[in-house]
Design a protein around this ligand. Structure first.
Ligand code: BTN
Length: 334
């Protein structure tokens, strides 16, 4: 797969480095190894994408600061990102079927751990359990990160909780609200979903080759734009905190938190993740109805165990251990 914008992103990087100064078309053409006509075509495309680039005779191109709508692309995100490996390499697409599907393809091609795929719009965004993830352009974050942990497949579920903690912490940093986690990995504000996580894996029987951690975060999308059934149960950061939230900032905070909590998991194991996850968990002591692949369990949530499985006490008094499923709050918020 080809990254469409590389020449354009290089032009922006060079113009940013020039600050208030200019870079001539000839210099850009030499540095990028493309013709001056090609430089001009890329400048036109960048202007169309929202960059205010002026061309001054005898001086060259310069990038003006503009207030208002911010460009959303790999160069903007990576330029302020302080991670060692998560998001260091970003594959950015204006439109993709699904960032998770693209990440699975790239993972098999051997791209480095921490590489992230972002799409401004997804045409076939995937949710858990075969659901669709609504992915309109210009408003949200749809990203998938490739992780290559040295773990067995039966431990992969733990990474789901690592991601839930990272997403919840990123939201708390972006927006002055405290989110809640709904087991295993929905992120809620109030009782409404603000983010979803879809983990996919490429593995052998005893070894994980790589994991794709996909995150859909509703940022500035008006919930009214969603189809009716989803509208009632979704919320965006903008709706929750009352102001527009920068998608560039949100992506940086997400990648920083993924690196922080993933490193903690690799260095100190699952206990610190579990402790942090529990601090966001609101369903303990409440009634839950858990729909699994082949059974439904209705009872009181009594927490999660050391592997991240949900524990539910049924009316018979038996505590059921659930490793996968979908939780409905039976009256309280899950
Ligand atoms: C859920 O059902 O809650 C999980 C939703 C995950 C959506 C994200 S958007 C980015 C990535 N690409 C996908 O196709 N899905 C995930």
């Amino acid at each position: 797969m080809r990254q469409k914008e590389s020449a354009e992103l290089s032009i922006i990087r060079l113009l940013k480095e020039a600050g208030a100064g200019s870079v001539s078309g000839g210099d850009l053409s030499r540095m990028l190894g493309i013709s001056r006509t090609a430089v001009w075509k890329h400048v036109k495309a960048l202007r169309k994408a929202g960059y205010a680039i002026t061309a001054k005779p005898a001086k060259g191109y310069s990038l003006e600061r503009v207030s208002g709508s911010e460009p959303f692309n790999a160069i903007e995100i990576t330029s302020g990102l302080k991670t060692a490996f998560i998001g260091k390499k970003i594959f950015f697409y204006p439109e993709l079927d699904s960032t998770n599907s693209a990440a699975m393809r790239l993972g098999r091609d051997g791209v480095a751990e921490g590489s992230a795929i972002i799409a401004d719009k997804q045409t076939a965004g995937k949710g858990r359990i075969g659901r669709k993830w609504e992915s309109p352009p210009g408003v949200n974050l749809y990203t998938s990160i490739i992780l290559r942990p040295d773990i067995a497949p039966y431990d992969a579920q733990k990474l789901t909780l690592v991601m839930a903690v990272a997403v919840a912490c990123a939201i708390a940093e972006c927006c002055s609200v405290r989110p809640a986690v709904k087991w295993p990995n929905d992120i809620l504000i109030g009782a409404k979903k603000v983010a979803g996580i879809l983990m996919e894996m490429d593995a052998e029987a005893d070894h994980v080759n790589f994991i794709v951690a996909g995150v859909g975060l509703n940022i500035n999308m008006p919930s009214a734009d969603l189809p009716k059934p989803v509208r009632q149960i979704a919320v965006s950061l903008k709706e929750a905190c009352g102001t527009e939230v920068s998608r560039v900032e949100a992506a940086r905070m997400l990648y920083s938190n993924v690196e922080k909590w993933y490193n903690k998991f690799r260095k100190h194991g699952f206990a610190p993740i579990l402790a942090q996850w529990k601090s966001f968990f609101a369903a303990e002591g409440k009634r839950v109805i858990v729909k699994g692949f082949n059974r439904t369990v209705d009872g009181i949530c009594v927490g999660i165990d050391d592997s991240g499985a949900l524990l539910v006490r049924t009316p018979s008094g038996k505590v059921e251990r659930i490793i996968s499923g979908d939780v409905d709050a039976g009256g309280g918020s899950a």
